[in-house]
Design a protein around this ligand. Structure first.
Ligand code: ATP
Ligand code: MN
Length: 434
């Protein structure tokens, strides 16, 4: 009789698996040997299982080889499935045959290492259970967004990352040598999304965005996953309502896709399913008054940073929309408020519990003259934005959109202290390897 084919570890949990002979393969997470018995914990993408290897069952040579396998070494094991109430999946495997795929070298990651050492070895620490759970929640989040956009008939597009002019002003753009001419890594795909609404009306993109952020904060990466949406025939109230519905539905979906991972990472899934609309709205003007009353050094016109957003959201349990910002602190493409020339039709969504901004939204300026005026005011050359200004000359319609930082949202959902713990290979001012 030929050996059974390897199966995922989760197959051992089937009700009829007990007593049968099965084969698994994976990585050795723990190993301890005592008196002719070796206890292994074997992991694959579907779970972990304790494996008991007895010298008398597998033979002297195989036992010795198995004993020499290092942490994170790889093995293929055949054995008999038995009940084990203490094991996470309720099963253990009693080995009858062991083959070593790769014994490996001593694993460098051991308890009590410094943060720097762990970041230097990120290619190995991504195997830790918390990071594994985090990356799975991130994938679930992206899948939930895509499902939501499909329901809402918003089309996924693929904007360029290499661009000829910085979309958000030059100071935070990474420049590159583009065959002898200056090029920039995209800070936002928004201008391209705006171009795509004439043919498609409702579009989104999920792309990396790059910001040479000088500020070292626990919520800034130099490369992040940017989810951007642009909707034709939409104003500020329309885009705010869309974002609200999106956050409620997407978080509910994530809670059903990975309840175990969420629980493990300290966010009970009920907290996500329980999140209900409407989210409170707070005008920038009122936010400034509140912050002043709390003794923070802000005036009308100040940009609100990490400290201010923290103060505004630390006691909140639901996200807050901050609306109608001063024109000067916001991007050139935001629509001037018709009833108040000092402000723009913009809204930021701030995550509760002190986490702060996760979405920046606005209705877009559709008046070419005002766009040119704003470009000049920020020191940009309108000639370089000719193609963008063209959009206002051919089939101009009211429209609005937003950008959401996927890692920012994940940091709040998973209550991570630092944004780098929401992404496998974080990019920060001090690190772009491994
Ligand atoms: P902040 O004031 O926090 O730097 P921003 O105003 O520069 O944010 P936007 O230009 O509006 O941000 O970008 C849209 C969204 O992209 C933000 O709401 C945030 O979720 C995310 N984002 C922006 N910069 C970063 C960054 N450096 N790292 C991670 N996410 C970011
Ligand atoms: Mn920024």
């Amino acid at each position: 009789m030929s050996a059974p084919a390897p199966e995922p570890v989760r197959a051992l949990r089937a009700p009829d698996a007990v007593g049968s002979t099965r084969r698994i393969r994976g990585w050795v997470q723990r190993s301890r040997s005592s008196g002719g018995i070796l206890f292994l914990q074997v992991r694959d993408r579907t779970g972990t299982v304790p494996v008991t290897v007895r010298k008398d069952a597998v033979g002297e040579a195989a036992f010795k080889a198995a004993e020499a396998v290092q942490i994170e070494g790889t093995v293929e094991i055949e054995g008999t499935v038995a009940e084990d109430r203490r094991a996470p999946g309720g099963r253990e495997l009693k080995a009858t045959a062991v083959s070593i795929i790769h014994a490996g070298e001593p694993f460098p990651i051991v308890p009590e290492q410094t943060e720097e050492f762990l970041l230097d070895h990120r290619h190995l620490t991504i195997r830790s259970q918390d990071l594994v759970a985090t990356i799975r929640v991130k994938a679930a989040l992206l899948a939930a967004f895509r499902a939501f956009f499909e329901r809402e008939e918003v089309l996924e597009i693929t904007p360029p990352i290499l661009t000829g002019n910085p979309a958000e002003g030059g100071s935070e753009a990474f420049t590159i040598d583009y065959f002898g001419r200056p090029g920039y890594l995209s800070q936002t795909a928004q201008l391209y999304l705006e171009a795509m609404i004439a043919p498609h009306e409702r579009v989104y993109a999920i792309t990396p965005s790059f910001r040479a952020e000088k500020s070292r904060t626990p919520r800034h990466l130099t490369e992040f996953t940017h989810l951007e949406v642009e909707l034709a025939w939409c104003d500020l109230d329309g885009i705010v309502a869309f974002i609200e519905r999106m956050i409620v539905e997407v978080l509910r979906d994530v809670a059903t896709r990975c309840p175990e991972e969420l629980t493990r990472l300290g966010r009970p899934p009920e907290e996500l399913t329980g999140l209900a609309a409407p989210f409170p709205r707070l005008a920038y003007e009122d936010a400034v008054a509140r912050l002043k009353a709390e003794g923070l050094p802000v005036e009308w016109g100040s940009d609100l940073g990490t400290a201010e957003e923290r103060a505004l959201t630390i006691a909140a349990t639901r996200p807050i929309f901050l609306t109608r910002f001063p024109r000067e602190i916001k991007a050139f493409y935001m629509r001037q408020t018709p009833s108040d020339p000092r402000t723009v039709e913009a809204a930021d969504l701030l995550a509760p519990e002190g986490y702060g901004e996760i979405v920046g939204a606005s209705e877009r300026e559709i008046d070419v003259g005002k766009l040119v005026e704003r470009l000049r005011a920020i020191g940009a050359d309108p000639a370089e934005y000719e193609w963008y200004l063209d959009l206002r000359r051919h089939g101009n319609v009211p429209h609005a959109g937003f950008g959401l930082g996927v890692e920012r949202l994940l940091r709040w959902i998973l209550r991570r202290e630092h944004i780098r713990d929401t992404t496998p290979f974080p990019r920060t001012p001090s690190r772009h390897t491994p």
